[in-house]
Design a protein around this ligand. Structure first.
Ligand SMILES: Cc1cc2nc3c(=O)[nH]c(=O)nc-3n(C[C@H](O)[C@H](O)[C@H](O)COP(=O)(O)OP(=O)(O)OC[C@H]3O[C@@H](n4cnc5c(N)ncnc54)[C@H](O)[C@@H]3O)c2cc1C
Length: 368
């Protein structure tokens, strides 16, 4: 007998966006989350491109705390300054964003059950009558339960916020240093005009991410900015840096979305735009399966067709800079500046879609 309802494990952005879409199509959808208040104590940031946000079909303005026009990229003693004429990204408060996603899912008719950790036994019980969507983050119980393979690479992170005056409140600073924090970077992000987020991510799992952050804070240029500011809130987390081998099992009727599927950009660790778009595709596949018996594998094909190239390019760029020593990165920055890359990226940079930037560069070079 064909299943007619969906159980979503995980009320993060991906699970809730999938639930909103399915409930709006009249499908009975229940979302479960272990936290009493999903979205609380997320030790992650919320920098999202404006072009990416447009694809999510939601009003995010109530969660917005800042807008961004550029980035300083620091590496090997050199700095590249990229500026756009208009804001290209926003900073969203993750707790408020999650709250908005819950509101939207419930308004569309989904049920959200909080404070319940879902076990393998629960999943088996749900699977009798429901399609299962695993939106339960990087360490996914759903993926493990159905043997959907592992995620090859993770970054460990630590971030803290400080109440300090910020001189350039629409610019984020990224510090690349493969010796101190290989695989990702350290950052200073103005979450609001006087709230600075300081964070670090690394693929070196032999270290304590908090200690790595402390080393970053000891740098003269960083400690000068923080001054005597005291941390407001902080914590550790992880970022999946590669895709899970399998994201859909059409026979067992299971789909994975968001961090559970490893749908992140390996250059930055940003996962909300790709993961939420995947959630919309998974919701479409579940709907077509329920209504017309369509094969759930369409979900993976849709995702790879829209994001496969971008995911591969993000991984290639990440692998490339992860292989460089400080001297080489410094030289690349010097050459990039000399050939006008700062101006080019200010105009045509795209934090989600490197393929568009490359296409523009190879087709037209620096010409306007
Ligand atoms: C330091 C840091 C900075 C980041 N910065 C950015 C950024 O600037 N921009 C960006 O786009 N992305 C960023 N990310 C990535 C982003 O946070 C994730 O990609 C995003 O949160 C993934 O959403 P999700 O819904 O897939 O999973 P999650 O947000 O992890 O949600 C999973 C939910 O599942 C619940 N859950 C897990 N297991 C169970 C269970 N067994 N039973 C019930 N519930 C369960 C959890 O409680 C949680 O609420 C950052 C991440 C980190 C760590």
């Amino acid at each position: 007998m064909r299943k007619e309802s969906v159980a979503v494990v995980g009320a993060g952005t991906a699970g809730l966006i999938a639930a909103r879409s399915m409930a709006a199509a009249g499908i009975k959808t229940v979302v479960y989350d272990q936290k009493p208040v999903p979205g609380e104590r997320i030790h992650a940031s919320g920098i999202l491109s404006l072009t990416g946000l447009e694809t999510l079909g939601m009003d995010y303005t109530k969660a917005m705390t800042n807008t961004l026009k550029g980035a300083n990229i620091h590496a090997g003693g050199k700095t590249m300054r990229i500026r756009s004429a208009e804001p290209v990204a926003v900073v969203l408060d993750r707790k408020r964003l999650n709250g908005l996603c819950i509101e939207n899912a419930e308004k569309a008719g989904a049920e959200v059950e909080v404070g319940r950790r879902i076990s393998g036994r629960d999943i088996d019980a749900f699977a009798r009558d429901n399609i299962i969507i695993g939106a339960d983050g990087a360490v996914s119980t759903v993926a493990k339960h159905f043997g959907m393979g592992s995620i090859g690479s993770y970054s460990i992170t630590y971030k803290q916020e400080y109440n300090v005056p910020i001189t350039e409140p629409d610019v984020v600073d990224l510090f690349f240093d493969n010796k101190s924090w290989p695989g990702l970077f350290a950052w200073l992000c103005p979450n609001a005009k006087d709230l600075l987020e300081v964070g670090v991510g690394t693929t070196d799992h032999s270290v304590n991410s908090r200690h790595v952050l402390e080393r970053f804070l000891d740098r003269r240029d960083v400690s000068d900015i923080i001054g005597v500011g005291k941390p407001v809130v902080g914590g550790a987390s992880i970022i999946p840096m590669s895709r899970r081998r399998s994201i859909v099992d059409p026979v067992k009727e299971v789909l994975l979305v968001g961090d559970a599927a490893g749908q992140i950009k390996a250059t930055t660790g940003g996962g909300i735009i790709f993961g939420s778009n995947a959630a919309l595709m998974a919701a479409y596949a579940a709907r077509e399966h329920i209504r017309n018996g369509a094969d759930l594998s369409v979900y993976e094909r849709m995702f790879m067709s829209k994001y496969g190239t971008e995911m591969r390019l993000h991984s290639m760029i990440n692998r490339f800079y992860s292989s460089l020593g400080p001297g080489a990165i410094g030289r690349i920055i010097s050459i990039s500046k000399a050939i006008g890359m700062e101006g080019f990226l200010g105009k045509y940079g795209d934090m989600d879609r490197p393929s568009l930037v490359l296409k523009r560069f190879f087709l037209r070079g620096f010409a306007d």
